[in-house]
Design a protein around this ligand. Structure first.
Ligand SMILES: Nc1ncnc2c1ncn2[C@@H]1O[C@H](COP(=O)(O)OP(=O)(O)O)[C@@H](O)[C@H]1O
Ligand SMILES: [Mg+2]
Length: 208
């Protein structure tokens, strides 16, 4: 079953994008783990399949992963607001020159055009489920889908949380950020996540 993890904080500069980039790469370098025997697969090419989704119009993740946002014809915007298939850029960081090379990370990019979505989502039909629906056709192809949320409590963050099976709340250890946790918990409650529990990072590592 695919795990869809939203990296979320309403604040910017807490390391969400860096973590999506690095965690995506690290997971994609891991061979599948047999949870019962705790042993890694020895099969050639049996790596975890990872998709990362840039939901921030600032497109930092897209840039970190080597794409030029201004040259993109299609972004996540087209999938969530124009019902087009996800524009997936495959195999970033792939090491195919080696005999048992890693498949790399697949990316759904963003650019500034995604900023329009904040307003358009207000009047879109079934807007809350737009990202969840967009991911549905590819979900089973991936073990992990990581969503890089924008630093806001707007519609783009909201639909990311609705699409997620898990939420990773990334924050700096400061009084300000700890106090903001309460608004974060309210937000998760709206999206039905408190009932399903909050992800602690050891839980994730058990499965990678
Ligand atoms: N673990 C870390 N330690 C120190 N600096 C970090 C770490 N992760 C990210 N940064 C730096 O913090 C800044 C903001 O990171 P970023 O991932 O863009 O945050 P966000 O996506 O939450 O806005 C960047 O300059 C980045 O290089
Ligand atoms: Mg970011």
């Amino acid at each position: 079953m695919s795990r869809i993890i939203a990296l979320f904080n309403q604040a910017g500069g807490v390391g969400k994008t860096s973590l999506v980039n690095q965690l995506g790469y690290m997971i994609a370098c891991c061979k599948r783990l047999d949870v019962k025997t705790k042993k890694r697969s020895k099969k050639k090419g049996d790596y975890y399949q990872v998709l990362v989704v840039d939901m921030d119009p600032q497109a930092s993740l897209t840039i970190f992963m080597g794409l030029d946002p201004y040259e993109l014809d299609k972004t996540i915007y087209h999938a969530i607001l124009q019902d087009e298939p996800l524009p997936i850029h495959k195999g970033i960081y792939a090491q195919t020159q080696q005999e048992d090379g890693t498949p790399g990370v697949d990316l759904v990019p963003a650019n500034l055009g995604l900023a329009l979505a904040e307003r358009e989502l207000m009047s879109a039909v079934m807007s809350d489920f737009r990202l969840r629906e967009a991911l549905l056709p590819v979900q089973e192809q991936y073990d992990f889908i990581l969503i890089d949320c924008p630093p806001s409590l707007g519609n783009l963050a909201y639909i990311s949380l609705v699409a997620a099976t898990h939420v990773w709340y990334q924050f700096n250890l400061s009084t300000k950020h700890l106090m903001e946790c309460s608004s974060y918990l309210t937000r998760l409650n709206w999206c039905g996540h408190v009932q399903t529990g909050i992800l602690r990072s050891p839980d994730l590592y058990q499965h990678v």
